[in-house]
Ligand binder design. Structure first.
Ligand SMILES: N[C@@H](CCC(=O)N[C@@H](CS)C(=O)NCC(=O)O)C(=O)O
Length: 256
């Protein structure tokens, strides 16, 4: 024998440990497969809204789900059956869950888990950027709701003559004063993390939350928010383009 007896013993031990580890990993994988939900349905309106990030997270985690889109006509009846009285609704093997932020984090933990990393420091960075998206959404909300005819919720009378002028002013101010601050936050995050995504070299739920929110402002679909609104922010436009060219994302948007 070229190898001494102690070396052989050590090699045998290492081989046994490797077999043990492989078996353990196999059991973990099997457990994951067995405990994976059999059926997942995401119910929302046929708009992007607050559910789009969840759709994207389920899609990119490789999770099969039913993307159920209801009409506004179907809503009043369905509303009565939902504890929160709101959509989106996520149904996991019959269990019903509300709140898109919770759904996003759950969906991001599926698959290989890379969309919502388990490492506390990485997770902190991801959650920080999810928070920035929530701030951006909140900043836009008065403009949106006023335009949707919810002006009474902001203290205006039912028949409110000055509504259109207020909506115009709110949206123009948003583009001039609020949007630049958020666009800088995004561009700085890409630079600080090394890019090309918000939190580094891989896509996370932060990108998936931010994408629909920011893309919306460049679509020209909201009054007083023209299509060229994002033109002053080339870094942000490049980041959008980067995500939109991920094959699964590209295929999804092409299929709608
Ligand atoms: N925080 C909730 C908000 C849900 C929400 O505001 N849902 C709206 C649509 S975006 C809704 O269901 N509106 C219809 C209604 O309230 O009757 C979430 O993110 O899931």
């Amino acid at each position: 024998h070229i190898l001494s007896q102690p070396t052989m013993a050590l090699l045998k031990l290492a081989a046994a440990a490797a077999v043990g580890a492989a078996a353990y990993v196999a059991v973990l994988k099997l457990k994951k497969i067995i405990s994976a939900p059999k059926s997942i349905t995401l119910t929302y309106f046929n708009i992007e809204g607050v559910a789009e990030k969840v759709r994207l997270a389920l899609l990119l985690s490789g999770t099969k789900f039913e993307d159920k889109r209801i009409t506004f006509g179907e809503w009043p009846e369905l509303k009565k059956t939902i504890k929160s009285g709101q959509l989106p609704l996520l149904t996991i093997d019959g269990m019903e869950v509300s709140q898109s932020a919770a759904m996003l984090r759950w969906a991001g933990s599926l698959g290989d888990g890379s969309l919502y990393p388990a490492d506390p420091m990485q997770r902190l960075k991801v959650d920080e950027m999810v928070g920035v998206q929530e701030d951006l959404q909140r900043a836009w909300t008065p403009s949106l709701y006023m335009g949707m005819g919810r002006h009474q919720a902001f203290g205006h009378p039912e028949n409110f003559e000055g509504k259109d002028a207020i909506v115009k002013a709110l949206r123009e101010n948003f583009i001039k004063d609020t949007l630049p601050r958020f666009m800088k936050y995004i561009a700085d995050a890409i630079t600080a993390s090394g890019g090309p995504y918000l939190c580094g070299s891989t896509v996370t739920i932060a990108d998936l939350a931010m994408l629909p929110q920011v893309r919306y402002f460049g679509k020209g679909v909201a009054d007083h928010v023209p299509k060229d609104t994002l033109d002053p922010y080339p870094e942000v436009k490049a980041w959008i383009e980067k995500i939109m060219t991920i094959p699964a994302v590209k295929e999804y948007y092409a299929s709608l």
